[in-house]
Ligand binder design. Structure first.
Ligand code: GLC
Ligand code: CA
Length: 504
């Protein structure tokens, strides 16, 4: 793979707890992931991004990191992580891990020291008086400790924020990056990347943060073709692309695309905005339809309101599964054809729906608990994957799963879908195989096919056409390579995408 493999890569997101269980305790782990590497190879992805695998009390699914240089015992050992990295590399699959620099865990050595020793508090945000900030998960952003001081946590109380005005915090994270680069990881996904610094009035996108990423880029560059990927949720595109300047992060998630409704004008606007803001900094765009924080696409696209909004997360509103599925297939081919890299969140390739009927007493997401249940949270997109068989746990591992799986998932197991040529899984496999040769990094040229149609051609000669209108549209010239659904009398029906190659 080239030095710039990340510019056009297809990256598969593994939420380890829910991927595959190797030791039968109901929780996904490294042994399970290792056993499924052939599945990922067949799927045709270039890299895996793993959510945090560090020792953690799991107050926020591992985003409460107790030790940045270890592996959570429930997931495996450091030696096994190294073996996993080697095995992935043997299959030509890169490994990207999460790093969480905004906050730690109350179980970390540093925080435990801070609790007992007032002199050791400068690594965090301890104050005599809290301000009025609210936690992103709901409730106050400050918690009081026994001696009366308060500490800041933008997320759950178990996730104390680091003080990035302290140089020791900088040194610590540079060292953590090196620790994992030396163990072969190919890159980092940087959690809450815009939040690190705080002023009296703001905790988002302070200018000082860029100096940190310049330094991290120098560290990454020392190791060769490694990548830094930012989780940067910012409404302002200009502010967003500052993170992608040539001496900062390599790429960042495209949340505008992820949140965009299934509407042609809006999609066209977001795609154009993405391309025009990325071009000046030379960073490749990314195309993301889902992740472990958002509603599953087949559910979202089957609703009347097809947008995603964190604050206004919809739950239990009617969704037409057939329509959602059809659109999710069309959206997948659109996302994979656009110039840049693409992300696939585990289970997206199986067309899994959001599980909306989880029993409340089994919900684990702090977003659910801290909002008093008004926000149903993210458990519904984190249900353990169905691999095979006719009943739960569908080949996940042992005899149970940490969140219950719907009975109806017998129809969508990887095994069932492998045998069905028209399945979502086989669509993803075929599309990713073609994508490798014909798509990825580059540019596009729009074709004009009316207001309801998104149509463009890529350097390879591949043309992608998505029809979001109600009526079928005639195909442009070319040989049909792949469609997200059947054509109707040679025309492209509603909510369908086609890939065509030039006739020659
Ligand atoms: C990011 C993660 C999310 C986590 C939060 C706090 O947004 O994607 O899952 O809860 O950061 O670390
Ligand atoms: Ca396990």
């Amino acid at each position: 793979m080239s030095q710039t493999w990340w510019r056009g890569a297809a990256i598969y997101q593994v939420y380890l707890r829910s991927f595959a269980d190797g030791n039968g305790d109901g929780i996904g782990d490294l042994a399970g992931l290792r056993s499924r590497l052939p599945y990922l190879k067949d799927l045709g992805i270039d890299a895996i991004w793993l959510n945090p695998w560090y020792p953690s009390p799991m107050a926020d699914g591992g985003y409460d990191v107790a030790d940045y240089r270890g592996i959570e015992p429930v997931f495996g050992t450091l030696a096994e992580a190294e073996t996993f990295i080697e095995e992935a590399h043997e299959l030509d699959i890169k490994v990207i891990i999460d790093v969480v620099p905004n906050h730690s865990s109350t179980a970390s050595t540093w925080f435990q020291e801070a609790l007992t020793d007032r002199g050791a508090r400068d690594r965090f945000w301890f104050r005599d008086e809290p301000n009025d900030w609210q936690s992103i998960f709901g409730g106050p952003a400050w918690t009081q400790v026994a001696d009366g001081q308060w500490y800041l946590h933008l997320f759950a109380p178990e996730q104390p924020d680091f003080n990035w005005d302290n140089p020791e915090v900088h040194r610590e994270f540079e060292d953590v990056l090196r620790f994992w680069f030396e163990r072969g990881v190919d890159g980092f996904r940087i959690d809450s990347a815009a939040l690190l610094f705080k002023s009296d009035t703001s905790y988002e996108d302070l200018d000082e943060v860029h100096e940190v990423y310049r330094r991290w880029r120098e560290v990454a560059d020392e190791y060769g073709d490694r990548v830094l990927i930012g989780e940067v949720w910012l409404p302002d595109q200009e502010r967003f692309t500052r993170y992608l300047r040539p001496d900062e992060l390599h790429t960042a998630f495209n949340f505008d695309f992820l949140a965009c409704p299934w509407e042609p004008a809006e999609l066209r606007r977001v795609i154009d905005l993405t391309l025009t803001t990325h071009a000046p900094v030379g960073a490749p765009p990314t195309w993301v339809l889902s992740n472990h924080d958002v509603t599953r696409p087949v559910t979202r696209y089957g609703r009347a309101d097809t947008a995603f909004a964190h604050g206004g997360r919809l739950h239990g509103v009617p969704s037409d599964p057939e329509l959602g599925h059809r659109r999710a297939r069309a959206a997948a081919l659109l996302a994979m054809a656009l110039p840049g890299s693409v992300y696939v969140y585990q289970g997206e390739e199986l067309g899994l729906p959001e599980v909306e009927d989880l029993p409340d007493d089994q919900r684990q997401d702090p977003m659910y608990h801290r909002s008093g249940g008004t926000n149903r949270g993210r458990d519904g997109c984190r249900v353990p994957l169905p691999w095979a068989g006719d009943e739960p746990p569908f080949g996940f591992g042992g005899s149970s799963t940490w969140l219950p799986q719907p009975e109806g998932w017998r129809k969508v197991t990887a095994e069932a879908q492998s045998a069905d040529l028209g399945s979502m899984l086989n669509l993803y496999r075929t599309a990713l195989a073609h994508r490798r040769d014909l798509l990825g990094d580059g540019t596009l040229t729009w074709l004009t096919m009316g207001p309801d149609v998104l149509a463009f051609t890529r350097e390879s000669g591949l043309t992608c056409v998505s029809n979001l209108g109600a009526a079928p549209v005639p195909l442009p010239p070319g040989r049909v390579l792949l469609t997200s659904g059947p054509l109707e009398d040679g025309a492209l029906p509603s909510d369908t995408t086609v890939w065509l190659t030039s006739l020659a």
